[in-house]
Design a binder for this molecule. Structure first.
Ligand code: GMT
Length: 374
């Protein structure tokens, strides 16, 4: 099939998942056309089946807010027509699904039918989308898409709860390419970071408020008082500089490294002993799944789709949001020499259930359904 993928190209789960999906589909022979305002961060693989079409927004003194959604819809119309696409797969409800529907209407006037598959990722529903400013557009976009998918059962339930939805929503979970995300031997790297055999904790996110990175630091500082441990913080975002400040005040900055945005996270994950995700909301937790595929167990909150990923007491532990003491106790338990290997093996086993080759056919089926529904 010839598929147009619209996503956020930035360092965030929805863009990462859309890009990994596109690359996987391209390997299977589909022609994949990314339509975004910048090169997606993970789109680093050369293939005859991968194409990238930039959306450029023309500014004009009259526009206080340049109309990205209009530019995106026009670019979708252009790419569908010129490349003869069979389908548009839009990731994130706003503005991608709504722009996709506008493009669909314009194309219909030209005698072209294009199905729209919309994937809901999380904050487009649970945080931004439910705001009164956007809610009616999100509802419309979901109800009018040809096929709608959500990345977890929890997100599907939230969508039905928060909006007036008549459309059937199919759950297709996040996935991981285990050929890429696998434990690699990077012992030299581990020795450099943990020269005295310390345990290594890691957190990866876009440092937004919803991630509660301050809890990661609080847990780490307390664990550090009981056992030798180091922390890697990967990613960047609005809260990062505040988190550096908090770390300096709370414990030794020598034991914490802020690595910023990294491309080969699988190499970092290969030497880590525990992933910590303290989010207030999390529809799935793709970064945690990628860690589990590299045999890293998880301490997470018990919200949203995290309960579908992290099996309490098996792949790690799930704790109440903000319950630092519980997270500290559970972290010490997982990192204990008698327990760690068992948790690592269980985390890896669970990650295999979300393997790319298992999940990709679900999207292909969704595409077929969208095309036959027309
Ligand atoms: O977590 C973020 O802030 C990024 C966000 C996004 O839309 O890029 O991630 C969401 O989509 C991911 C991929 O489907 C999910 O794995 C994340 O759990 C979800 N984030 C939240 O629900 C907060």
């Amino acid at each position: 099939m010839k598929i147009g993928i619209v996503c956020y190209p930035t360092y965030g789960g929805s863009g990462v998942m859309a890009t990994e999906l596109g690359m996987g589909l391209a390997k299977k022979g589909h022609k994949i056309h990314f339509i975004t305002y910048a090169q997606p961060t993970r789109l680093d693989f050369l293939s005859e089946n991968l194409f990238y079409h930039e959306v450029s927004v023309k500014d004009y003194p009259l526009f206080e807010h340049p109309p990205y959604e209009i530019a995106l819809a026009a670019r979708m119309v252009d790419v569908v027509e010129y490349e003869k696409l069979d389908l548009l797969h839009v990731h994130y409800a706003i503005p991608h699904a709504s722009a996709g529907l506008l493009a669909k209407q314009i194309l219909a006037t030209k005698g072209i039918s294009i199905p729209i598959v919309t994937t809901l990722h999380g904050t487009d529903i649970t945080l931004v989308g439910k705001e009164a400013t956007y809610a009616s557009v999100v509802t419309y976009a979901i109800n009018q898409s040809d096929v709608v998918t959500a990345v977890s059962n929890s997100l599907r339930s939230d969508t039905y709860l928060l909006f007036n939805i008549q459309k059937k929503i199919k759950v297709i979970p996040n996935f991981v390419d285990i050929e890429k995300f696998k434990k690699q031997h990077k012992d030299h790297f581990k020795r450099a970071i943990c020269p005295n055999g310390e345990r290594l904790m890691v957190h990866i996110s876009n440092f937004r408020k919803v991630k509660r990175v301050q809890d990661v630091i609080s847990v780490f500082c307390k664990v550090n008082k009981h056992m030798p441990v180091k922390l890697l913080l990967v990613g960047d975002g609005p809260e990062r500089s505040e988190m550096e400040k908090i770390t300096r005040e709370a414990c030794s900055i020598q034991d914490v490294r802020f690595l910023g945005k990294m491309s080969n996270v699988e190499e970092i994950l290969s030497v880590c002993d525990l992933f910590i995700m303290t989010s207030e909301k999390e529809s799935f937790g793709l970064a945690a799944l990628e860690a589990m595929a590299c045999q890293v167990p998880l301490i997470s909150t018990n919200v949203g789709g995290l309960l579908e990923l992290n099996q309490n007491g098996v792949t790690g532990y799930t704790c109440n949001v903000g319950d630092i003491e519980d997270m500290v106790q559970k972290t010490l338990h997982v990192l204990h020499k008698d327990n760690l290997s068992k948790f690592k093996a269980a985390a890896y086993k669970k990650a295999l259930l979300f393997e790319l080759s298992e999940i990709m056919p679900m999207y292909e089926k969704a595409y077929e359904a969208a095309c036959t529904n027309l």
